[in-house]
Design a protein around this ligand. Structure first.
Ligand SMILES: Cc1ncc(COP(=O)(O)OP(=O)(O)O)c(N)n1
Ligand SMILES: Cc1ncsc1CCOP(=O)(O)O
Length: 517
């Protein structure tokens, strides 16, 4: 039987969720709000109570033409004539349930691993409940937290099968669009999301369901526009750079920096020099107001504290909610266990338009095992140019965003195109904050030019690195100390030239090539 799984309500009868309200009333409100399938999930009640409740729920669901499935209990499904069951890995075997249930019954199977998914497909499951997406208080005895990356990997591996899929666990209004978007593999997407608390515990389950239906129907505002590589991609991009720099100066974007205290002053000066506006605020609650200026947010976890991550999460949620650019600079990501955990928590909490880091940091975000950074330095490289390019491309593809891997050569990718940039000067590596400023600058350019994020970031890097070359070539620059003021002057000089319509600063200067993988 074909079933619309797009908004799949899973019930819960615990007092914390029901808050004294009647289960059937909540489910009826949710049906009015547009849920497309309901699963009765009751871990505590006796069989008699379950049958009585399931019967009432079935009557309600039939009124709205919504199929009712029963969690775990084939006997209850049979007793009330429900449309099917949902079975976990420890429940009745699919083959047994299939024998017992009427021919057209729907049988869904939970899958936390690829092996479980493949077995369920081979058995003939109608759909897979893939999870746990994010850890959730609603179900604490889960085996794996897959996140969007793990879910995408399963979808990719089963893409030859037409089986339907839903994701479950920690999905709510603030992340549902991202979950659907970032889980999608090139050949297979989720058919829907299964939700307990965001509907069952909502004060108004009808309104909550209506909102979710709307969010599910529409792509997120941060969805990346596809820009397939053209014949001379690098050259085509370079032609647009001076105009993008001009646009950034005109727009005078605000960038909200949640940045480490070592570099805050230098980064603020860099941002002022390029003609944008910096605000430094580590206070997450401030983001609800700051995001209304429609600038960018930079999360730079260089001086992480016990409170940083919760503050970052609040800010990411606010900026994601408005569809404004968010940049993640996972400074020292592989240096300590605390930073490694912060990376996982932040990657699960929201969407980053750009992830920017050195090789060690990008490898940690990718999930390579055994990354041990010494402090915030990348450490000796283990990858050649092609491998670096592939890592940046694969991470961008997986996260469906833009990735910038910095180094003597920077690798920039949006999952399709990979661009290597060889501008800059060794003095940049001798001054603290020069790497962090790239995250903030990228925020300014992402704000000013939204239609092609790779081009926006490329324009920012080129402005920055050409200014560094100009500064280092001054005869009075003798080392990192004299380099800093000269560098700010050169950024300011390019900004002034750009606003006067003078593009000569750029002519013949970019050392950029497209990497074909
Ligand atoms: C749609 C959907 N997917 C997964 C589950 C989880 O089922 P299971 O692993 O059997 O855990 P319990 O729900 O029984 O606690 C689900 N219920 N629905
Ligand atoms: C039943 C189940 N299986 C995996 S997570 C989960 C509970 C999901 O609940 P919520 O939507 O409230 O996070």
């Amino acid at each position: 039987m074909a079933v619309d799984l797009s908004l799949y309500l899973v019930t819960d009868s615990t007092p914390a969720i029901l808050k004294g309200r009647d289960l059937c009333t909540i489910v009826e409100e949710a049906c009015k709000g547009g849920v497309t399938v309901v699963q009765y999930r009751d871990k505590k009640s006796d069989t008699g109570v379950q049958i009585a409740t399931a019967r009432k729920l079935h009557q309600i669901c039939q009124k709205y033409s919504v199929p009712l499935l029963i969690n775990d209990r084939v006997d209850v499904a049979l007793a009330v004539g429900a449309e099917g069951v949902h079975l976990g890995q420890d429940d009745m075997l699919f083959t047994e349930a299939k024998k017992m249930l009427p021919k057209d019954s729907i049988i869904g199977i939970s899958a936390s691993t690829l092996e479980e998914a493949q077995k369920a497909i081979a058995d003939g499951a109608d759909y897979l409940g893939i999870g746990t997406m994010f850890s959730t208080p609603t179900k604490t005895n889960t085996r794996y937290t897959l996140g969007t990356a793990g879910t995408q990997a399963i979808l990719d591996a089963i893409s030859a099968s037409p089986v339907s899929t839903v994701a479950i666990g920690g999905i709510n209004h603030s992340n549902v669009q991202r979950v659907i978007y970032q889980s999608e593999s090139p050949k297979k997407a989720l058919d829907g999301v299964a939700i307990v608390s965001a509907i069952m515990a909502a004060d108004d389950p009808k309104a909550a369901s209506e909102d979710l239906v709307n969010l599910i129907k529409n792509p997120p505002r941060f969805a990346l526009t596809a820009h397939p590589s053209r014949a001379n991609e690098a050259e085509a991009l370079l032609q647009e750079v001076p105009a993008i720099v001009r646009k950034m100066v005109e727009v005078h974007p605000l960038v909200h920096n949640m940045i480490n205290f070592v570099v805050a002053n230098f980064v603020a000066n860099v941002i002022l020099s390029i003609g944008a506006s910096p605000i430094m605020s580590p206070y997450g609650d401030e983001a609800t107001d700051l995001c209304k200026f429609d600038g960018a947010l930079l999360i730079n976890m260089g001086t992480l504290t016990s409170e940083s991550v919760s503050n970052y999460m609040k800010a990411v949620k606010a900026y994601n909610g408005r569809g404004n650019p968010v940049i993640y600079d996972p400074v020292g990501a592989g240096a300590t266990g605390i930073r490694r955990n912060a990376v996982s928590d932040l990657m699960a909490c929201g969407y980053f338009d750009l992830i920017k880091g050195n090789e060690g940091e990008i490898r940690q975000v990718w999930g390579s095992s055994g990354v041990q950074q010494r402090g915030v330095d990348s450490g000796p490289s283990t990858l050649d140019g092609q491998q670096k390019a592939r890592l940046a491309r694969d991470l961008a593809r997986r996260e469906r965003n833009v990735v910038l891997m910095t180094g003597a050569i920077d690798y920039l990718s949006d999952g399709e195109r990979v661009i290597a940039v060889e501008n800059g000067h060794p003095f940049l590596g001798q001054v603290t904050g020069t790497g962090c400023a790239v995250g903030s600058i990228s925020g300014c350019f992402l704000t000013a030019h939204r239609s092609d994020r790779l081009l926006a970031v490329l324009s920012g890097i080129l402005m920055y690195e050409i200014a560094a070359e100009n500064a280092a070539s001054k005869e009075y620059v003798r080392g990192p100390g004299s380099f800093v003021p000269a560098f700010l002057d050169e950024l300011y000089a390019i900004r002034t030239a750009a606003s006067n319509g003078d593009d000569s600063w750029f002519a013949g200067r970019a050392k950029v090539q497209e990497i074909k993988l």
